[in-house]
Design a binder for this molecule. Structure first.
Ligand code: BJW
Ligand code: ZN
Length: 245
């Protein structure tokens, strides 16, 4: 069943000229990076990620939120791109247009060789000033764990350069992603629960504009209804077969 669904989707993708890909945390699961809604392991089981990933959560306890991100940053630093990430990087060259849109903050697509990745929710490996004075810091792995470091310009806290709940996405990145969605003739959606807007609206926007939508997820998701091709399987096993050499 899944084999037939993969073969049908692969045939459709092979005919496409303009492809957009939307990835979520599931694509990094097989690299050992927990999905967003599965980050509550061990010591972190008692905390709500929706609370930690918010300005209010950081303001209430900056050290706690900083430690959560420091822990996740270490996990990502020790992880490697998997066969799913690695299948997407060379696939870009097969199409007239190929846009890779990710909700992930782990940077694994770039480490797999993908270029011009549209990172809708920022990147865990960068930090910026909580007071929005315009300061960005590139290499927070060198920063101490525990308390957040201070902004070198204004002295406020540094925070991860990610998009928290209730914050606006970078308008240029969001515009580019929305344009890619309405311009593509096939959209591949991988490893996202489809719970978080505006990212979750991109597959429906693509479909309304006439694109075929392929969804890859081992579990049910909010995006199953949008799928023309629904592939129930893990990204690292499925993606190489969608772009056979
Ligand atoms: C596999 C697999 C394998 C497993 N292979 N697959 C009410 C109040 C306030 C705001 C809102 C509200 N109602 C709606 C909103 C808007 C809000 C929102 O959507 N909230 C919902 C929760 C309801 N959105 C926002 O606030 C956004 N901003 C915005 O809209 O601005 C305008 C506005 C402002 C104020 C009010 C209203 C509007 C910003 C959203 C930012 C999201 N940021 C996060 C955190 C980033 C930093 C960090 O990581 O800490 O981004 S949240 C988190 O969810 C993260 C992810 O990118 C994002 C999506 O999650 P994803 O990737 O789908 O992961 P999971 O874990 O949910 O799912 C994993 C999937 O993988 C599952 O389906 C598995 O089955 C699958 N899987 N193994 C393939 N091997
Ligand atoms: Zn500052």
């Amino acid at each position: 069943m899944t084999e037939a669904a993969i073969a049908a989707a692969a045939r459709r993708l092979a005919r496409a000229h303009r492809v957009a890909v939307l990835t979520g945390a599931g694509i990094s699961a097989e690299s050992g990076v927990p999905t967003f809604r599965d980050t509550q392991r061990g010591l972190w089981a008692q905390f709500d990620p929706m609370q930690l990933a918010s300005r209010e959560g950081f303001a209430a306890d900056p050290a706690l939120v900083w430690r959560w991100y420091a822990w996740r940053r270490e996990l990502v630093a020790g992880a490697q791109p998997n066969a799913g990430h690695l299948a997407l990087a060379p696939a870009a060259a097969r199409f007239a247009q190929f846009d890779l849109i990710t909700q992930n903050v782990d940077g694994l697509h770039a480490r797999a060789g993908s270029r011009n990745v549209l990172e809708l929710h920022g990147n865990l490996l960068r930090s910026k000033c909580f007071a929005q004075c315009g300061t960005f810091v590139a290499e927070p792995r060198q920063l101490p764990p525990g308390e957040p470091p201070r902004c070198p310009r204004c002295g406020n806290w540094l925070r991860p350069d990610v998009v928290w709940f209730g914050e606006m996405l970078d308008p240029d990145v969001l515009d580019a992603a929305q344009q890619a969605a309405v311009d593509c003739d096939a959209m591949l959606v991988v490893g996202t629960s489809g719970l978080v807007t505006p990212a979750a609206g991109l597959p429906a926007a693509a479909k309304r504009a006439g694109a075929t939508v392929v969804v890859v997820n081992p579990n049910e998701s909010e995006l199953d209804d949008v799928a023309d091709h629904l592939i129930r399987g893990p990204a690292a096993a499925v993606l190489p077969s969608l772009f056979p050499s």
